[in-house]
Design a protein around this ligand. Structure first.
Ligand code: ATP
Ligand code: MG
Length: 329
């Protein structure tokens, strides 16, 4: 079975709709036919300052959300990144393979560092390099992510190629697995920007009160005119709502457009608020269930980490050997 690997950050309490539609939904679908590894990337979270208590809680809440959204720990390997020390170890190796200018070209660093109020840490700069190690450790064929991660995946492939040509074939070159229709969910208040945890605004959070989400959806910025059509160029707001509606219900955008012929933006938003509430309510119940029994949750994660290490340790050892390290017996 082809291998997939993907990670999600345990930041700020809740995933948002972009995380779900752009990434986690694919994770759930892929676990059926693939050997899937999914991790909560707490090492990445500390690239910006974290409160220890909150980080611990957010890590568990993230894992609970993944389970509640449909990740099956008997099928997929679900784990916490810091439980598998090989990530940090191969991360160092990959840092030594990366050119300074190459790292400096990563646009996400430019965006994020521009938004940071405190001084920016080196970890935020080298983040994509650790991400490369995350992926290469598992010899993943595919990496299901949103469009915003494409550049990081290119870096991963470049680093794998460089290592392989310097030391001999060691790493598989992974491919991005990006589902076109929902590769980018836009902010409800600014439908030209991606919905993102780091830019609060029109972000629909999965764990907030659904009433609040419905209200955000009802007050989403739409476009001039009144016709409900899918036109990303001229009607980014309405098109974003149609994308979300279609993804949550499984109905095609075309059929939605036909349905809303002659109706107004208000109708679409009100209905989508209800669709979202209906979808998210049982998800929230399941999250609560997992968090009510932290001991069982931690056990699931420990089991995942054990399986992940079986794979990761083999790759790390092989790469250490190629580099010329004396391997401990
Ligand atoms: P940040 O803004 O801090 O980077 P984020 O909201 O992008 O946070 P991540 O944890 O970095 O969240 O991303 C998790 C996954 O969700 C990644 O695979 C990413 O590609 C995907 N993703 C994030 N935002 C969107 C979005 N608006 N549309 C589609 N996919 C998204
Ligand atoms: Mg991101």
């Amino acid at each position: 079975r082809p291998r997939v690997l993907s990670g999600i950050q345990p930041t700020a309490g809740s995933f948002h709709l972009g995380n779900y539609l752009g990434a986690v939904r694919q994770w759930v679908a892929l676990q059926e036919e693939h050997d899937a590894f999914y991790c909560v990337v707490d090492l990445h979270a500390i690239t910006v300052e974290q409160n220890p208590k909150e980080l611990r809680q957010n890590t568990r809440v993230s894992a609970a959300q993944l389970l509640a959204l449909g990740i099956d720990p008997d099928r997929a390997t679900l784990f916490v990144q810091s439980h598998v020390p090989e990530h940090a170890q191969l991360g160092w190796v990959m840092q030594c393979m990366t050119g300074f200018g190459e790292a400096a070209r990563m646009t996400q660093f430019k965006d994020k560092s521009a938004r940071q109020e405190q001084s920016v840490g080196v970890g935020l700069f080298t983040y994509p390099i650790l991400q490369a190690a995350d992926i290469l450790l598992y010899q993943a064929h595919y990496v299901p992510v949103g469009e915003d991660q494409r550049q990081h995946l290119e870096l991963t492939r470049d680093l794998a190629t460089r290592f392989n040509s310097r030391y001999g074939k060691t790493f598989r070159l992974p491919e991005a697995y990006i589902v076109k229709d929902t590769a980018k969910i836009f902010d409800l208040q600014d439908p030209t920007a991606k919905m993102s945890k780091s830019v609060p605004g029109g972000v629909v959070e999965l764990l907030e009160d659904p009433k609040r989400s419905a209200k955000k959806i009802r007050s989403a910025v739409t476009d001039t005119g009144r016709e409900i059509i899918f036109d990303v160029e001229n009607k980014p707001g309405v098109s974003n709502l149609l994308t979300i509606y279609s993804a949550l219900t499984g109905r095609s955008v075309e059929s939605l457009v036909l349905d809303y012929d002659g109706k107004g933006y208000g109708d679409l938003k009100k209905d989508l608020g209800e669709v979202f509430t209906e979808w998210v309510t049982p998800v929230q119940e399941r999250v609560r269930m997992y968090l009510d029994d932290v001991a069982s949750l931690d056990k699931i994660l420990a089991r995942g980490a054990e399986r992940a290490r079986e794979v990761a340790s083999v790759t790390l050892r092989r790469s250490y050997e190629k580099i010329g390290f004396v391997l401990p017996e």
